[in-house]
Design a protein around this ligand. Structure first.
Ligand SMILES: [Cu+2]
Length: 148
């Protein structure tokens, strides 16, 4: 009886401590890179986010000292004309991926302070999850080298 009780209390204590320290984020990032052209031209940022959690994760914004201002954008081709629009958030599905990619969703880095070869830190902000810092490899106009 006492042993059961102690075990239950220990489990509760571990659970509480885990919650207070902040559960590890279910989000991981891969293939993060910027296409950098010139300081006065906004750089596009691309990354694939994976959500290992059981509920959708909502990315609500991005911050980066390497970007001045950074925002979430989407490119849409209408009648042969590419247009970009701001999006307030994107959702990474449970047990799934969300892909920022050329021609689609991207992180718009308004005043890029970077050069090819750099790794630019970007903070991703999620609703109800801890912020996450991701290093974006900086490539030039050619973009990310094709992976073999
Ligand atoms: Cu854009």
């Amino acid at each position: 009886m006492t042993r059961w009780l102690l075990a239950a209390i220990a489990m509760l204590a571990i659970g509480t401590r885990g919650a207070m320290a902040g559960a590890p984020s279910p989000i991981t990032a891969r293939d993060a890179w910027f296409r950098y052209l010139l300081p006065e031209i906004p750089a596009g940022g691309f990354v694939t986010l994976h959500n290992a959690g059981a509920s959708p994760a909502v990315l609500t914004g991005v911050r980066s000292a390497a970007c001045g201002m950074a925002m979430l954008h989407r490119s849409v081709n209408r009648s042969g004309v590419d247009r970009m629009s701001m999006v307030p958030s994107v959702t990474v599905p449970a047990h799934g991926d969300f892909r920022f990619a050329p021609g689609g969703y991207h992180i718009m880095c308004m005043q890029p302070h970077m050069k090819p070869g750099d790794a630019a830190a970007v903070t991703l902000l999620f609703a109800g999850l801890p912020p996450m810092v991701v290093k974006f490899a900086v490539y030039g106009a050619d973009g990310k080298p094709a992976t073999p």
